[in-house]
Every structure is written in structure tokens, then in C-alpha cells.
Design a protein around this ligand. Structure first.
Ligand code: ADP
Ligand code: MG
Length: 320
């Protein structure tokens, strides 16, 4: 099967690759064409996933398709953007029809769940690697950036943390667990649900936001730096799942919630007056701390004592 047949069979023919609202021209020409309504801005983000670095190799291609798009779409959620489209640059060691069929199926499922249309890409031979670029739209000036957190704001997260990091020993086959524990943890790892609706609900309300990909402490550090403030996190207010606590024990579960990556849950700051309406509307918001003057991130125990650890999230190329 040649490159063009591959693109046609597995990608251009997928339901998520058909033109529709916001996409004037999709796969097949030199460029795709997007319609951006007047008064809106394009939000764009790229993520690369390398076999053996970002996912185990070999792994289930269906789950990989799902997860790679979820990870990319999570950046749209973090900006409060409405999903529009995505491109896929795929580097493959060989053409295996079964692998491609399952990968495209997982990708399509997540694309349709997120409201993202596949509008193009590139297909090359080499070690397995995926680059996804997502496009969203957001009313001009309303994107949720990292740089406007203010002292006095509350620090919040959109759900339980640490589940994906907890799942890693299961993914790598280093440990096993009963289905009651393994299933929810693995689901968080393989099909994270980008918090797109929550991100859009936070437009005009949150003062800053991001999606937690490198761990709560490390990612809160990004908001602190960009906003020139200090974020104080209360350790006992961080939501941790029962499955994670049972699997790792309390101390390691807490560690996974603080420093484990891959959660793709939103972390954001907002003025306290915004909270009651958001909670009344049913959004899964957990207040875990507050913004104060200063810099960096601090972790507090129940007595308000500083217990900030020195270990932070994962960084490529970090020399240690
Ligand atoms: P060009 O040579 O003009 O860059 P290509 O031959 O690489 O075009 O690709 C042909 C068409 O197929 C283009 O519209 C491109 O965006 C699309 N395409 C290529 N690879 C993929 C892929 N993996 N998924 C989706 N679309 C793809
Ligand atoms: Mg090309």
C-alpha cells in the first residue's frame, strides 16, 4: 500500500475527516481552509508523541489514537477554546493495515467526542512518532492565558489528580491490580477526557488556566511565573481517587497527585465571587489553594506549615 492509498483508506475516509462547520476545505489539497467567524481568534497547539518516550512501544494502536488526540485537545480546553480541527503528522516504521485501522478508529472516536475534524497532515517512514496540531476558536480577548492570576484569587482544579501517573506501572506491566482498581486508573491514562466544556465555561471568569500535563506542582509553577504571583496549595484539599489510594497507599497517591504527569485536568485561578455560580451550574471544581503575592509554588499541610517538596514534574533535557 502506497502513501496516498494509506491516507485515503485510513484517514481521508474517516467520519472525522469530512468537511463541516468551520472547515471549508479538508484533506486532499495543498492546504486546508478554516473559517474563523468575525470577532474570534484561532487557538493553535502542537504536541509530539514519540514511541518509547511518551507511550510504551509496542502499545494498543486504538488506545494510542484516542490518547494522542485527547492530549492535544486538552490544550484547547486550557485556553477555553471551542474545538475546530486538527492535523496529523504520522511517522511509521512500516505500513500495517491492522495497526492503522485500529489507530484511525481510536483517533476518530476521540475526534468525534471532542468535535474536532481531521483536515490534513503528513505521512512519512521512520521510527513511530505522531505530531498533532489542534485548532480551536475563541471570542477575541477571552482566551484563558497563564498570566493574569491575581493575589486573592482562588486556585482550583477540575477533577481528581494522579490517576494517570498511578496507572503507569500497570501500563508498563510492572504491577497488576484488581479490575476495580486497574480499570479506572487505566481509563484515565488511555482516554483522558479533555475538559473542553469546563474550559469554555471558565471564559470571562477564570483569571488564568492550564491543563496539568507535567504534574500539579510543576504546572502551577508556570502560572506563578507567568502571572508574577505565588500559588499556595493546601495538601489535604487535593482531590485523589479511592482507586489510587487503594493501589498506591496514601503517601504515594498524594505524591502522584502532586508530581505525576498526564492528568490533563484543568488547573485555574478565579476571583472568589465567580465560584458560587460555577458550582451551582454543576462544574466539577475543587478549590485547592489561593494566590498570594510573591513567586513560586508552596505546599501547606493542614496546620498551614510549609511542606513544599523539591521534586518537580518531568522535563525533557533536564540536566540533573
Ligand atoms: P503535499 O505533498 O502537498 O504536502 P501530501 O502528499 O503530503 O501533500 O498529502 C496529501 C494530502 O493528504 C494533504 O491534504 C495532506 O494534508 C493529507 N495528509 C497526509 N498525511 C495525512 C495524515 N496522516 N492524516 C491526514 N491527512 C493527511
Ligand atoms: Mg506533505
Amino acid at each position: 500500500m502506497g502513501e496516498f492509498e494509506l491516507i485515503r483508506n485510513f484517514f481521508a475516509a474517516a467520519p472525522c475527516a469530512q468537511v463541516g462547520e468551520g472547515v471549508a476545505l479538508g484533506i486532499g489539497d495543498d492546504c486546508a481552509l478554516l473559517d474563523v467567524p468575525f470577532g474570534e481568534q484561532l487557538a493553535i497547539s502542537t504536541d509530539t508523541l514519540v514511541a518509547g518516550v511518551h507511550f510504551a512501544d509496542p502499545c494498543d494502536p486504538f488506545l494510542l489514537g484516542q490518547r494522542s488526540l485527547a492530549v492535544a485537545a486538552s490544550d484547547l480546553a486550557a485556553m477555553g477554546a471551542t474545538p475546530l480541527a486538527f492535523t496529523l503528522a504520522l511517522t511509521l516504521p512500516a505500513v500495517e493495515a491492522d495497526w492503522l485501522e485500529a489507530f484511525a478508529r481510536g483517533l476518530n472516536l476521540m475526534a468525534q467526542g471532542c468535535g474536532l475534524r481531521l483536515i490534513g497532515g503528513d505521512t512519512t517512514r521512520g521510527p513511530l512518532c505522531l505530531t498533532l496540531t489542534v485548532f480551536g476558536r475563541v471570542p477575541r480577548g477571552q482566551a484563558l492565558t497563564r498570566s493574569a492570576a491575581r493575589p486573592g484569587d482562588l486556585l482550583c482544579v477540575g477533577g481528581e489528580l494522579g490517576n494517570a501517573a498511578g496507572a503507569l506501572p500497570l501500563v508498563l506491566g510492572q504491577r497488576s491490580a484488581t479490575p476495580a482498581i486497574a480499570e479506572p486508573l487505566l481509563a484515565h491514562y488511555w482516554s483522558p477526557q479533555p475538559q473542553l466544556a469546563l474550559g469554555q465555561a471558565l471564559r470571562g471568569k477564570a483569571s488564568s488556566a492550564l491543563d496539568i500535563s507535567d504534574g500539579l506542582l510543576a504546572d502551577c509553577g508556570h502560572i506563578a511565573l507567568a502571572s508574577k504571583v505565588r500559588l499556595l496549595i493546601e495538601n489535604d484539599r487535593i482531590p485523589v481517587s479511592l482507586a489510587l489510594q487503594e493501589f498506591l497507599g496514601d503517601a504515594d497517591a498524594q505524591q502522584a497527585a502532586l508530581s505525576g504527569g498526564d492528568d490533563y485536568v484543568l488547573a485555574f485561578t478565579l476571583a472568589a465571587v465567580e465560584l458560587p455560580t460555577l458550582l451551582a451550574d454543576g462544574w466539577p471544581i475543587h478549590v485547592i489553594g489561593r494566590v498570594v503575592e510573591g513567586q513560586g509554588v508552596g505546599l501547606l499541610d493542614v496546620h498551614g506549615q510549609d511542606i513544599t517538596p523539591t521534586i518537580r514534574g518531568y522535563q525533557h533535557f533536564r540536566s540533573e
